[in-house]
Design a binder for this molecule. Sequence first.
Ligand code: XBP
Ligand code: MG
Length: 256
Amino acid sequence: MNPGAILWDVDGTLAETERDGHRIAFNQAFEALGVPWRWDEQRYGELLEVTGGRERLLHDLKSQPLAPHAAGEREALAARLHALKNECYARIVASGALPLRPGVVALMDDCMRANLAMGVVTTTSRINVGALLAPHLGADWASRFAVIVTAQEAPLKKPDPQAYTLALERLELPPAAALAIEDSPAGVAAARAAGVPVIVTRSVYFASRPVAGALAVGDSLASRMGWQPPPTDGAAVPVRIDLAQIRRWHASARMS
Ligand code: XBP
Ligand code: MG
């Protein structure tokens, strides 16, 4: 059975938004509100264990000696910082300066040509998805996707399967008919918990993390090098991971 839909994760999968987008934007928000600490690349990597930007802030505030002690004050500060972070993030990505990862647009174009439905399944907000994608895919970016599930529709963040389950419901597809593309252990866990087969394009923060339960794991959709299991050759051998290869991996899920 061919996949009935490709479900795209956003942060880390479509672009390196965590290191080069959200992290920078959080630090800009800290500066704007006079918060005295910053998140360097390493600290942010540790904090990515907590999914959801507001949840990540709240988690960090608990261990910051200079943060307010009262839980209510910490929540209010996290909410202000998070809203400001999203404004900063929108400014960072608005110019298109944060590129989509290599091979993403080509695979999306394969899907469009094949009339294969695509979805967005993310723990970030719709406004952040639009801010990232509009400069690259155009103002009508949303028309490419049959379903868009974000933190608004699915407040339980990955690894909870809620976002995937909702996307399947809206697409009226059984889980095995979809295929997710993710970058993080939490994303893989969310897809698997919903029963959706998943492939992983590793992002910088999860480059060396073991990934359990993925059909295939590789560094980039733009290259067939280094994927496990290796791509199986079709009639013509393209250099990138194309829809034909995605279909072969998807078929392997049904055989295993
Ligand atoms: C990744 C996340 C998000 C982003 C920040 O989402 O965990 O929380 O780090 O976005 P995904 P927000 O990989 O599912 O796209 O600040 O909007 O939460
Ligand atoms: Mg991700």
